[in-house]
Design a protein around this ligand. Structure first.
Ligand SMILES: *Cc1c(COP(=O)(O)O)cnc(C)c1O
Length: 370
């Protein structure tokens, strides 16, 4: 199967094989050594000098962890959303009693830094901002650097909490240089590791907020995670096999370096957008902010999106992602993050070239001739 969804992404053989290793004592020296190595590798890729915690949970767990460790019930928070994951972040904060001022942008577009600054200007009580770096539901990458500097311009000490789940480890996201406070990613996205781990950095400003934060928390308590990390442990039993996998994947990624990782995704992103357009299909996202980890494509008029994904899977062995929430049936998405290559993308375009006409779509002349 050509698994072309934006997570879980395919894993290299050595990463999968690492997971078949025998268990070790998670409170013993072997695990401590591995955790130390993993944390060092993560710090390099997060480009941070500060703490990086590895939690056994999915990406959403890390979003919840950011909320409960940094905020108190009643806190006024700006929830910047450009799609369904941005909405989820705001909803989690509301669930725990934050008062979220939602600033939503049209799906398919990026957040406007000026409007974010204006919102903060208007309400001095907004002391924290929730923002998505790469909105996987729409295939849009926010200009996080510009957003962070617009936020700092109005509120220098604002707490910036970032869902970088489908960007970190794939797209540029230098956590310290951009002055981001708490930034989370998930193992099943660009990291080439199965689902189940979430990695989260915490700045000194974040730790100061943690000391004040009063939302209820137990499993996700960052303070416990930090204390155990100094002993080379996690507070609770970790998903040991996934740590084995992350250890191997990080060895690859650190050797490749940030420059190589980013360049690889630029190539995959451009290749995908070119291939999609050559088929006469339209991108859903504003191309100026199109993501290099996931491409959202409009389902052409007259074509049934559900049928397209089914046909692609059953007859061509290509697994695409559908649209989420209000985009169900209107778009399909192609994941090109992590262990992906242009051959797999070309196979995807070939399959689309065959499948689309069967569902009534007329390919452009040039695509037909190929
Ligand atoms: C995948 C993803 C999530 C959710 O992660 P889960 O592991 O499914 O909980 C959140 N935000 C973004 C941007 C994502 O891509």
């Amino acid at each position: 199967m050509n698994l072309r969804i934006p997570g879980p992404t395919p894993c290299p053989d050595d990463v999968l094989e690492a997971m078949s290793r025998q268990m070790i004592n998670h409170r013993g020296p072997e695990f401590a050594e591995m955790l130390e190595r993993i944390t060092a590798g993560l710090k390099r890729l997060f480009q941070t000098e500060h703490d990086v915690l590895t939690l056994t949970t999915s990406g959403t767990g890390a979003m919840e962890a950011m909320v409960v460790n940094m905020l108190s019930p009643g806190d006024r928070v700006l929830g910047v959303s450009i799609g369904s994951f941005g909405d989820r972040f705001a909803t989690i904060a509301e669930t725990y009693g934050a008062e979220v001022e939602r600033l939503a942008f049209d799906w398919g577009t990026a957040a406007d830094p000026q409007l974010v600054a204006d919102a903060l200007e208007k309400d001095p009580k907004l002391t924290a901002v929730l923002v998505t770096h790469n909105e996987t539901s729409t295939g849009v990458t926010n200009d996080l650097q510009a957003l962070a500097s617009a936020i700092r311009g109005v509120r220098p000490d604002a707490l910036i909490l970032v869902d970088a789940i489908s960007s970190l480890g794939s797209l540029p996201c230098p956590v310290d240089a951009w002055d981001l406070d708490v930034v989370a990613t998930g193992s099943q996205k660009g990291w080439m590791v199965p689902p189940g781990l979430a990695m989260c950095s915490v700045s000194p400003r974040g730790w100061a907020a943690f000391e004040q934060a009063k939302m209820p928390r137990f499993y996700f308590d960052f303070g416990k995670a930090r204390d155990f990390l100094t002993k080379g442990q996690t507070p609770w039993t970790p998903a040991v096999s996934l740590f084995y996998a992350l250890d191997v994947a990080l060895e690859r990624l650190v050797a490749e370096g940030i420059g190589g990782i980013v360049e690889r995704h630029v190539i995959l992103g451009k290749h995908t957008r070119r291939g999609v357009k050559a088929l006469g299909l339209e991108l859903f996202a504003d191309e100026a902010h199109a993501s290099n980890t996931v491409t959202a494509v409009k389902v052409p008029d007259g074509v049934d999106g559900g049928k397209l994904n089914k046909l692609m899977r059953e007859e061509y062995g290509v697994v695409l992602a559908g649209g989420q929430g209000k985009l169900a049936g209107q778009i399909f998405r192609i994941g090109h993050l992590g262990w992906a290559n242009t051959d797999e993308l070309d196979a995807t375009f070939d399959a689309l070239r065959q499948a689309l006409p069967r569902l009534g779509f007329q390919l452009p002349e040039a695509a037909r001739a190929r």
